[in-house]
Design a protein around this ligand. Structure first.
Ligand code: AMP
Length: 355
């Protein structure tokens, strides 16, 4: 989707009358709630029977639903959605279930720069982006025979950490690996995990100043992963592994967290570097993104992944976080996205934040 296309799509829009839409899952309650607070109409795209729970959360319920049978059916309704002046807010589940190809082709104005997907979903390109931005990533182990310290083995395309496993020796690796699935091996970084939720605006200069635009830190979380995060209730991991019980890394929820304040300058420098590099590589990331990090005992950040849109880790902060409260009371990421769209519309800059 190039700039001409977004200009073309917006040319038929009544931009004073936009509808914020997303798929009913992931962070949709927060997105609808935030959009509502900023005075937007909202539309929930429900795949299957997903609408019932929204009655239980009236302030997170969209004004209307579009129900489709499968994700693939969404684009069939593009014309109808365009008539409602819909702007799509993509989130992790949306992109994952729709599939990269279909998401890139979706003929609807979408918040953020869709080109980021090519850089984020390809492990080598992601590495090139983050490393050339000067970030430290966990070491990659090319040959499993070289495993001499704990490693985490990841399968390509695994959803939510499913199937990942830890190995401390080559023998252990051989016992656990599913050879028919493509995998890669990373050093298991010892430390504490922080998932940092940034917001980059290319069009506003009222936060941490950048060459163009400015950067905010809205919140951070730690993911709660089953079974690794509670397995020690039953015994040490080593003990359990001896009897064939292996920890897993499947995300089930998110826990709010704050970081020691002295680390914040590093947090901003990393965010800034990632954005500056993205401008060079593909025209720039826009809006919310998350760096997934481990902080070591030397207070170094190792970044194992980037998510280039709103993450579910922002959900504990529907009414603001200890960081966003210092920007504006009651500011969630969902609300911040709506504000960016509102501001862009008022300055005639929608094409700078949508693609
Ligand atoms: P990912 O799918 O890459 O986000 O990884 C799933 C989970 O595995 C993360 O949320 C972390 O808990 C853990 N993890 C991933 N990479 C590493 C690493 N290199 N060192 C330690 N833990 C990791």
């Amino acid at each position: 989707m190039d700039e001409d296309t977004i200009t073309e799509m917006l040319s038929t829009y009544d931009t004073k009358n936009l509808t914020i839409a997303t798929v009913c899952s992931h962070s949709s309650l927060q997105i609808f709630n935030g959009a509502r607070k900023e005075g937007f109409k909202t539309l929930g795209i429900a795949v299957g029977d997903r609408t019932k729970i929204y009655d239980a959360f009236p302030l997170g319920k969209p004004d209307e639903f579009l129900t489709v049978d499968t994700y693939a059916d969404i684009s069939k309704h593009a014309q109808e959605l365009r008539e409602k002046n819909v702007v799509i807010i993509p989130h992790g589940s949306f992109v994952e279930y729709l599939g990269a190809e279909q998401f890139l082709q979706l003929p609807l104005p979408t918040f953020g720069n869709r080109k980021v997907l090519n850089w984020e979903s390809d492990r080598n390109k992601e590495k090139q982006w983050l490393k050339s931005a000067g970030l430290t990533m966990p070491k990659q182990i090319k040959d499993p025979k070289e495993i001499s310290k704990p490693v985490i083995v990841k399968y390509y395309g695994a959803k939510g950490g499913k199937g990942f496993f830890v190995a401390k020796t080559y023998e252990e690796f051989l016992k656990r690996v599913e050879k028919n699935k493509p995998y890669f091996i990373q050093e298991f970084v010892m430390g504490t995990r922080y998932y940092l939720h940034y917001f980059y605006s290319p069009i506003q200069n009222d936060a941490y100043r950048m060459k163009t635009g400015s950067l905010q830190l809205l919140s951070m979380d730690r993911r709660d992963e089953t079974t690794i995060d509670e397995v020690q209730r039953l015994g040490s991991i080593a003990e359990l592994e001896e009897i064939g019980i292996h920890p897993t890394f499947v995300v089930t929820g998110n826990i709010p967290i704050v970081m020691r304040e002295s680390l914040l300058p590093k947090v901003f420098r990393m965010g800034e570097a990632v954005v500056e590099k993205s401008v060079e590589l593909f025209g720039g990331i826009i809006g919310s993104f998350c760096l997934e990090t481990v902080v070591t005992e030397d207070l170094e950040f190792k970044v194992f992944e980037i998510s280039a849109r709103i993450v579910a880790g922002t959900n504990p902060y529907v009414s603001g976080s200890p960081y966003s409260e210092l920007i504006q009371p009651d500011l969630s990421t969902g609300r911040r996205i709506a504000q960016e769209i509102k501001y862009a519309e008022s300055k005639n800059l929608l094409d700078k934040i949508l693609s």
